[in-house]
Design a protein around this ligand. Structure first.
Ligand SMILES: Cc1cc2nc3c(=O)[nH]c(=O)nc-3n(C[C@H](O)[C@H](O)[C@H](O)COP(=O)(O)OP(=O)(O)OC[C@H]3O[C@@H](n4cnc5c(N)ncnc54)[C@H](O)[C@@H]3O)c2cc1C
Length: 406
């Protein structure tokens, strides 16, 4: 039986619930600067991101203002050098900021990370001229970015990619389509992957920077999705698009290597979303249960919350440990990255499911916000390499141990 007004179960302010999981064991791993970044992110989220989240979810309105508020606070360029408009911070700083943003509005975190996922390969492989032309606008929020890998029949199985780029006078002609592309409906700058030499498999894939308003580029209508309503996901179509040779990232055939060198960043993003969603679900559940039961919660709920709290701390420690490895050594093993991505995104989903159980009917209320965490968490297990694919990567490393034992 419900003994409180259901509307009372919804937290009125972001900060009243979102500092409950600052755990000393995780805080001890942060530098002063990383704590400063977290404090900045939390303040911007409380002021400009979280208050817009429920409305964006209900209306499917794109979270442009929330993302620009983060850019204005110099948060979008955390892992980029000052020369490109960034702040030269660590992957750990990026991870803690992403956790904060996700806890306030997961859809905002998806658009935010996609700006970085678009800018990072350009910085990595585009050389000085391309980086200066495209990266600053992505980091200050004046241009929207998209990363185009997935096609109707090629996501996990990237070797089946059909989009092609053929050499022509002065550059390439690009034809094909992409699907499920974040911010694809409005992308100004697209990092698009295409086959330049089919005989070479993954080594025949190249990456290009394409502008959304070039002749032959068409941006699709956003899909209606289960979660992340404040972000857009759409198809992209390329009809014999002329791409200058200078917009090739790295050399021909280096596209997959660009993906692989960027993957630790994108998987830190997804993992931080998992931890952020778990924290949001926990904090909202704790708030609602306290409103319902007062200061003394039933033992069953106290025990369940204790288990969740421990798991969230474990997830955060794993996230920070792998992000720190990436700061110290850019060659983090795929299995390590995979364990972080799979464990943390499963954490987000499983915590939201468990919180929904604990809340009973309150878990079903939009105003409480846990059902949104649940809907938003699902896709984090799917993109940036599905969690089944992560298990394959982890399994490959396990197989090497098995071989060594046999
Ligand atoms: C909201 C959203 C945003 C996205 N944003 C982007 C974006 O910005 N850019 C972009 O390029 N893509 C994006 N994607 C696409 C996403 O990355 C892919 O859908 C994802 O990688 C899965 O690839 P797929 O579509 O080929 O699915 P499939 O690989 O066909 O997956 C279907 C099922 O098969 C499983 N599976 C596939 N291969 C194996 C295997 N070898 N072993 C075991 N199981 C396997 C998968 O785990 C999954 O359960 C987005 C998707 C969504 C839903």
């Amino acid at each position: 039986m419900i003994s409180i007004d259901p509307l009372e179960a919804a937290p009125k302010t972001y900060l009243s619930v979102h500092d409950v999981l600052d755990e000393p064991a995780a805080d001890a791993l942060l530098t002063d600067r990383e704590r400063e970044v977290r404090a900045t992110a939390r303040a911007v989220v409380a002021e400009s991101v979280a208050p817009r989240a429920e409305h964006a979810d209900r209306t499917h309105g794109f979270v442009a203002e929330s993302v620009r508020a983060l850019a204005d606070a110099q948060l979008m360029g955390l892992v980029f050098p000052p020369a490109l408009g960034g702040t030269g911070d660590t992957n750990v700083a990026y991870a803690v900021a992403m956790e904060e943003i996700t806890a306030g509005c997961a859809a905002t975190s998806l658009v935010f990370m996609t700006q970085m996922h678009t800018a990072f390969p350009i910085m990595l492989a585009g050389g000085d001229a391309l980086a200066r032309r495209y990266v600053p606008g992505l980091l200050d929020g004046s241009r929207w970015g998209s990363l185009g890998i997935t096609e109707p029949n090629a996501g996990s199985d990237v070797a089946s990619m059909r989009t092609v780029a053929t050499e022509s006078a002065g550059g390439f002609r690009l034809s094909g389509s992409k699907t499920f592309i974040t911010t694809g409906d409005r992308a100004d700058v697209i990092v698009c992957f295409a086959v330049t030499d089919r005989s070479r498999g993954r080594k025949g894939i190249s990456a290009f920077v394409v502008e959304g308003d070039w002749d032959g580029v068409r941006r699709g209508t956003p899909f209606d999705k289960m979660g992340m309503h404040g972000s857009s996901t759409a198809e992209l179509f390329f009809d014999d698009v002329a791409v200058p040779a200078g917009n090739l990232l790295g050399g021909a055939g280096e596209g997959w290597s660009v993906v692989m060198r960027s993957v630790v960043k994108s998987r830190i993003s997804a993992a931080a979303q998992g931890v952020g969603l778990a924290r949001a679900a926990y904090a909202r559940t704790l708030y609602a249960l306290t409103r319902r039961h007062g200061a003394r919660l039933p033992d069953e709920q106290t025990f369940a919350l204790a288990t969740l709290r421990g798991r969230i701390l474990q997830g955060r420690l794993l996230l920070l440990a792998v992000a720190r490895r990436a700061d110290e050594d850019s060659e983090v093993a795929p299995g390590q990255i995979g364990m972080m991505k799979q464990s943390c995104t499963d954490l987000g989903w499983e915590t939201a499911v468990e919180c929904t159980r604990l809340l009973g009917p309150l878990g079903d209320l939009e105003s409480v916000g846990v059902e949104r965490c649940l809907r938003d968490a699902k896709v984090t297990q799917i993109y940036d390499g599905t969690n089944e694919v992560q298990r394959l990567l982890i399994g490959r490393e396990t197989s090497r141990s098995v071989e060594a034992f046999s």
